[in-house]
Design a protein around this ligand. Structure first.
Ligand code: GLU
Length: 294
């Protein structure tokens, strides 16, 4: 464990596509802040979703960051090499009685929500607009739970949000030196309940981003989490898990997002050019900084 006094930053991309300007902003801000305070700058590859992450995209991350002139400490932490760490955290939560196997398929979830909404009942949605999980397996008798898990039926380990909040028994908050979507800053009240019973792992898939990010920030001694505002509200669940797992609390800085001409967040699906595309078109690392207003 690094000494607690040394400020430690990380850039933590997922190799599900090539990096774009939004990633460049995050990476540069992290590296620069680390340099200004003589801190550490780490790179973490968030590849727990083995179905969506590719070695080509991971190689692209190193190539793009080097091209931008950034350097980080080795070794790089690759989440796919640390599933045992996330498994231990999951076991801790299981022993506390705070997670349960949820068996509804995506299709069943869609149907239940559509039926409720057809009956005139608007279904609650999380801050990203995704409907909350409609299942009630929290109350499933243990024998039935075991029997279904033993048959090989697929399931997700979900956090029992209500039980988790009751266990903590107090309001949570985090310190943000940046801004939320509505200008929130400073000591921000955390509302983890808005996310419902979040998925922490799946039967064949040992950790979700939510679980892995919290475990890794602690294991790597991250003191400052600098990342895009799209993850502002998710921080509420990260704080909840940090308290449940007795992990240290980093300071957060949620920065502006880089938007395209139509005001949309950059993404592969919206056809945003990647850093590799820009490089191929003759754009220089200096131009990238200018485009980002740095
Ligand atoms: N892996 C996440 C992403 O690429 C970022 C996680 C974080 O910075 O906490 O969106």
């Amino acid at each position: 464990m690094p000494p607690a006094s040394r400020p430690t930053f990380r850039f933590a991309p997922s190799p599900t596509g090539r990096l774009h300007l939004g990633h460049a902003l995050s990476a540069i801000l992290n590296a620069e802040e680390a340099r200004e305070v003589a801190g550490r700058f780490l790179l973490r590859i968030e590849n727990t979703d083995l179905t969506r992450c590719t070695p080509e995209n991971e190689a692209g991350i190193y190539e793009d960051l080097l091209w931008l002139g950034l350097r980080w400490e080795e070794p790089v932490r690759r989440q796919s090499e640390h599933f045992a760490d996330y498994g231990r955290a999951l076991e801790q939560l299981k022993a506390m009685g705070l997670i349960y196997p949820a068996f509804l398929s995506r299709g069943e979830v869609r149907r239940m929500i559509a039926e409720a909404e057809a009956a005139g009942e608007p279904w609650p949605r999380d801050p990203d607009g995704v409907p909350l999980y409609p299942g009630d397996e929290r109350r499933m008798p243990e024998a039935e739970r075991q029997a279904r898990m033993n048959t090989g039926e697929p399931f997700a380990w979900r956090l029992d949000m209500q039980a988790a909040r009751e266990r903590i028994g107090r309001a949570l908050s985090w310190t943000d030196t940046g801004n939320g979507p509505d200008g929130e800053t400073g000591q921000v009240a955390a509302d983890p309940a808005a996310w419902g019973d979040v998925v922490l792992a799946r039967k064949e898939f040992p950790a979700s981003y939510t679980l892995a990010v919290v475990v890794d920030d602690a294991l790597q001694g991250i003191t400052h989490v600098v990342r895009g505002r799209d993850l502002f509200h998710a921080t509420a669940v990260h704080r909840l898990l940090q308290v449940l797992l007795e992990l240290p609390e980093p300071t957060y800085h949620h920065h502006r997002l880089v938007l395209d001409d139509e005001g949309r967040k950059l993404s592969k699906s919206a056809g945003s050019p990647s850093l590799a595309d820009l490089r191929a078109a003759g754009v220089t690392p200096h131009d990238i900084r200018t485009m980002l207003g740095l």
